[in-house]
Ligand binder design. Structure first.
Ligand code: NAP
Length: 258
């Protein structure tokens, strides 16, 4: 199956990497159109996909992704639409538009999915919120789901929560990265080597996330399981609370979502 791509920036390149790793597409069958800065050219050297300068190859693509900035996405879709064949699945990961708006530009014969992923798609561990066009045929929906699932977990959501979903799943990796860095700074301050700190912390976060997913336990219950009376963990929890950790995180979500 041929896959087309418009935009190979941060998110586009993460998805391209994930799709190739999952072997859902081969470099020969992946047609990527970048912008003007040379980012796509540099990425092509790494992944060896088909770098394209116009949309002609899209005629043979079953699935096309668009991952450009929000403001230009509908204009670009307008330019690319004449090159899409009937039944093509268009997956937009760009924010700032609705399925209906993309559908109006592309016409009814193109099947639109609005999906908001996060950067862990590059290691096939993404979290993707997806809105499917309401009249999308079952076979197209299955095919779109199969492709997206190769990049991680997919959750079908309604359009009115896609923005917040995108904030929580898409922006939070940066929040978590800062948390990991801060934990490592603390560990280094206490005398642990930095590289070991990062390794330990990343594995701890992976394990904590796995435990939450597999046990389905409430986060508070998991926290209670680590905090023995008068122990060191509850002292650390108290220090976080004293410094407004929960509010800082809630406020980060609110600000990122505004
Ligand atoms: N980053 C995330 O974690 C994340 C998460 C969820 C959703 N999103 C959404 O994904 C979209 C892309 O985000 P991003 O972070 O990847 O932005 P980005 O790094 O700025 O990437 C956008 C890319 O679009 C390319 N582009 C611009 N005009 C183009 C054109 N006419 N044809 C083909 N490519 C063109 C740019 O290429 P040049 O620079 O070479 O011009 C750039 O590489 C945004 O709408 C964003 O809201 C991002």
């Amino acid at each position: 199956m041929n896959i087309g791509f418009i935009g190979a920036g941060h998110m586009g390149s993460a998805m391209i990497e994930g799709l190739l790793k999952a072997k859902i597409v081969t470099p020969e069958n992946l047609f990527v159109k970048g912008g003007s800065s040379g980012t796509a050219e540099a990425l092509q050297k790494k992944f060896n996909f088909q770098l394209i300068k116009d949309y002609n190859a899209f005629k043979e693509c079953k699935v096309i992704f668009i991952a450009t900035g929000a403001k230009i996405v509908l204009d670009i879709l307008k330019q690319a639409a004449p090159f899409m064949s009937k039944g093509t699945i268009l997956i937009s990961v760009a924010t700032g538009h609705t399925v209906e708006e993309a559908q109006a530009v592309l016409g009814k014969e193109i099947h639109v999915v609005h999906a908001i992923p996060n950067t862990p798609v590059s290691v096939n561990a993404g979290m993707i919120g997806a809105v499917f066009a309401s009249d999308m045929p079952g076979a197209s929906k299955e095919e779109a789901t199969r492709v997206l699932e190769s990049l991680g977990k997919i959750e079908e959501v309604s359009e009115n929560i896609l923005g917040t979903f995108g904030t929580v799943a898409g922006c939070s990796p940066a929040f978590v990265d800062i948390f990991m860095e801060a934990l490592a700074d603390g560990a280094v301050m206490e005398g642990m080597p930095r590289s070991l700190s990062y390794e330990v912390i990343a594995q701890m976060m992976l394990g904590s996330a796995k435990l939450a997913i597999e046990t389905k336990k409430h986060p508070g219950e998991l926290k209670d399981g680590v905090t023995s009376p008068g122990g060191s963990t509850i002292k650390g929890v108290a220090a976080l609370e004293k410094n407004g950790f929960r509010y800082a995180v809630m406020d980060a979500v609110k600000k990122a979502n505004s």
